[in-house]
Design a binder for this molecule. Sequence first.
Ligand code: 13P
Length: 281
Amino acid sequence: MLLGFEALLSEHARTRTAIGAFTCYDLEVARAVLAAAAGRDVGVVLLISRDAFAGEGGDQLLAGVRAAAERSPARACVQLDHVSDLELIAAAFELGAGAVMADGSRSPFDENVALVQEAKRRADGFGAAVEAELGHVAGGEDVAAATEAGGLTDPAEAERFIAATDVSCLAVSIGNVHGDYVGQPRLDWGRLAEIESRVSVPLSLHGASGLADADLTRAVGSGVRKVNANTELRDAYLSATREGLDQALDGLRVLDLHLAQTEAVRGLVDRKIAAFTREAG
Ligand code: 13P
């Protein structure tokens, strides 16, 4: 069933856990993510990447993923991820996205604030929500490559940013990257604690792929209330496709291949959700 972004975040704030947000490129992945969330009776965010939405049939993808969420027992919200184009933001709200991640993290502070304020103005007309990013989480959204951390979030700036924008959720850069980490990931726990103490809105951690489950659980224990993952889902999906292909070709069993893809992604998402909802030790 569809639920608002802020309602889902509040639910996770009450239980001191984080909501998982997972990128869906097709309905197999959306169904897998929803099944994993329903199995653990937790909320979930279904992410649509900017390029998937802007590309051919992106409107149908968002509408289809939303329909899957509507028909699922899982409490879910659809979010357009990492978008700085206001036309795309408006189009996503028109199609029923519950949230967008208005990403001005490559721009100077004032431009980031202006983008997010405008995105919020548009969201308000639809009863939808906006997440923003301060500092910059480096790395590709749809293509994985080894990536060094981008500019880290400055805690004092984060406080000013929230005062100016009043967004529903703030993505932080604390050593996390999209795609593959160069060497061992090293998150700046002190910085996270400082941001958490200065900022009243829920924090999100992007780039969960490649982080150890223990780090994810520690981040949640340190106040992170939303965790985004994509690369590991693509890996599970494509590996299952490779492994299931020969069998599927025998009789041209597309449905069997879809089942293998869905099962692989569901298993991975289930493990991730366990890490986001576990008590920090
Ligand atoms: P990963 O692809 O590194 O898991 O990051 C996904 C993400 O943060 C989407 O916003």
